[in-house]
Design a protein around this ligand. Structure first.
Ligand SMILES: [Zn+2]
Length: 271
């Protein structure tokens, strides 16, 4: 599943190809994504310039002249820049063709992604309205996390993955951040000290930033119709490493299911 760093890398990757360009055509081959793709966009979008490409949590917001396209990659979606004339493949459901001959193509085999349109402030859209602060901004801090976790009995990892608490921290990076902060994923959120919360907020930021930096090296994949932006596996230190030695202390990494999600931790470094 694309997480925040993948979405941010996508945003950066597609920007230079479509920002300040006008839409020439909007083609939907399969409107049945998580919600139906508005077919009216084929009439609304052509002729409109894309003035901004922003990200809120894991949503991409393409600001056009009369509204905003809200794109979510769901479980398996990816965006690619291809030549408009390149024949689509089976799971290439939506094309946004620009006046420079480039095409932003959405591929989504499992169709949990979304392409929506709003003429209002996109951050007030029902899908985005209740999302917590962006993890890479100052509003997400140790102080904030400390206040938000008081009296919470859920696991700290579950709290970190709650979009109302902080935007876009998925399973992979929640595991990684907890490892870097030396905090066990299953601990009750409300029992974390102020110091723990500070270390965790810092670790969330550095983990995401590192992944975004690693993703920068895959930017060229956005011009490749078959290349997947992929995940930045080279930088993962604990996720998916059950029974393998901890990179710090060599203890075997443990795996535990917390709130139905696979959780990995070092029993020694996170104790
Ligand atoms: Zn360790």
């Amino acid at each position: 599943m694309p997480e925040l760093p993948e979405v941010e890398t996508t945003r950066r990757g597609i920007s230079s190809y479509i920002l300040h360009h006008k839409v020439h055509a909007f083609k939907v081959r399969e409107p049945r994504l998580r919600w139906p793709v508005p077919t009216a966009l084929a009439k609304i979008l052509p002729g409109q310039r894309i003035d901004s490409i922003k990200r809120r949590a894991k949503y991409l917001l393409l600001g056009a002249e009369t509204g905003t396209l809200i794109i979510h990659l769901g479980m398996s979606g990816s965006l690619h820049i291809v030549a408009a004339k390149l024949a689509p493949e089976t799971h290439d459901h939506v094309d946004i063709i620009m006046d420079n001959g480039q095409c932003l193509r959405l591929r989504d085999p499992r169709r949990f992604g979304a392409v929506l349109w709003t003429t209002q402030d996109p951050c007030q859209h029902p899908l985005l309205r209740h999302i917590g602060p962006e993890p890479l901004t100052k509003s997400f801090s140790g102080n904030y996390l400390y206040r938000a976790s008081r009296k919470r009995r859920c696991a700290i990892k579950t709290l970190l993955m709650n979009a109302r608490i902080v935007a876009g921290v998925g399973n992979i990076y929640a595991n990684e951040a907890l490892y870097h902060a030396g905090i066990r994923p299953g601990w009750a959120a409300g029992r974390l000290s102020h110091q723990d919360c500070g270390a965790l907020a810092t670790a969330v930021k550095s983990t995401l930033k590192q992944a975004i930096r690693a993703g920068g090296t895959t930017l060229k994949d956005f011009t490749n119709s078959v290349g997947q932006p992929g995940y930045f596996g080279q930088s993962l230190q604990v996720y998916g490493r059950q029974d393998r030695p901890c990179m710090r202390c060599a203890s075997p990494i443990k795996r535990k299911i917390i709130a139905q999600r696979a959780s990995y931790y070092c029993p020694k470094c996170q104790s």
